[in-house]
Design a protein around this ligand. Structure first.
Ligand code: DOR
Length: 306
């Protein structure tokens, strides 16, 4: 059998297949369909300092090639996470990769401080790239300086044993310069990519369908964009671990991300049609690697560049 073990920074995980932030909340909905201890980690919905109700509904739309969301960072806030969701995951032996989001640099640092030493927290995904917030003021990922300010503050505040991955936006002209900046600021890895801003107009009302007007596009439509980002960043920074995501719904999709340079992948939109997608994709990826003569996942990471 192919050795499927990998790591998030220095933290070993048994599978390269993780949930994607936002698409499985905090893991409860997936529990009937997925062995939460067998997947790489549950990447949580981004948490903020305070609870937030998000954008007006409707805030999700299906398109033929992907999904649009304008959730607007709805969530229980850090207290709710620490009191409810994280203990629930830890009791089950699941690893949580906690996505954090904020308006100010200090918000991110405070969240990292609150998460220090919390049982079951394998690391932090720093969401600097949500496209759905008022005036897009929280989109740090479009500016290498703003992005690295957040990452440096989180690295300084976070538990040294918890790796931090910066979540990047595809909506930049040069993703490699943002990647370099956040790695220089102390990111242990990169999550690529967040959604790409889009629009759907309802032909009946002749108005934007989503309450938030625009929304982030995910799913198969953005897969080649995500893969291109992973490829470019791995070519420039081959030592930096990449958590790849964007429209992965099969083992062969995941294989493309691994060959481009991802050492792990997140599966998001696909779980809405197939809640058992994570286990299936792990098995399909293992079979695809075996067929191609790889003894381990690690051997295949970045293979397409060599
Ligand atoms: O597409 C997204 N939607 N990306 C984010 O980072 C946050 C989320 C939301 O809550 O709107």
């Amino acid at each position: 059998a192919v050795d499927m073990s990998t790591a998030l920074g220095a933290v070993p995980i048994p599978s390269p297949v993780l949930t994607a932030s936002g698409c499985s909340a905090f893991g409860r909905e997936l529990e009937p369909f997925v062995d939460l201890t067998a997947i790489g980690a549950v990447v949580t919905k981004s948490v903020q300092l305070r609870p937030r109700s998000g954008r007006p509904t409707p805030r999700m739309a299906e398109t033929p090639s992907g999904m649009l969301n304008s959730i607007g960072l709805q969530g229980p806030g850090i207290d709710g996470l620490l009191d409810g969701e994280l203990p629930w995951l830890a009791e089950r032996g699941a690893r949580a990769f906690v996505s954090i989001a904020g308006v100010r640099v200090e918000d991110f640092a405070e969240l990292a401080t609150r998460l220090r030493g919390v049982p079951g927290v394998a690391g932090l995904e720093v969401n600097i790239s949500c496209p759905n917030v008022e005036s897009r003021g929280e989109v740090f990922a479009c500016d290498p300086v703003a992005a690295s300010d957040v990452v440096a503050a989180v690295r300084a505040a976070a538990d040294p044993a918890q790796p931090i991955y910066a979540k990047l936006s595809p909506d930049v002209t040069d993703i490699v310069s943002v990647a370099r900046a956040v790695v220089d600021a102390g990111a242990d890895g990169l999550s690529m990519i967040n959604t790409l801003l889009g629009l759907v107009i309802d032909p009946d009302t002749m108005k934007p369908l989503l309450g938030g007007i625009t929304g982030g596009l995910s799913g198969p439509a953005i897969r080649p964009v995500a893969l291109r980002c992973v490829w470019q960043v791995h070519a420039a920074l081959p030592e930096v671990p990449i958590l790849g995501m964007g429209g992965i719904r099969s083992g062969l999709d995941a294989l493309q991300f691994v060959l481009a340079g991802a050492s792990a992948v997140s599966v998001g939109t696909a779980v809405f049609n197939d809640p058992s997608a994570l286990g299936r994709i792990h098995a399909e990826l293992a079979a695809a690697l075996e067929t191609r003569g790889f003894a381990s996942l690690r051997e295949a990471v970045g293979y397409a560049h060599r």
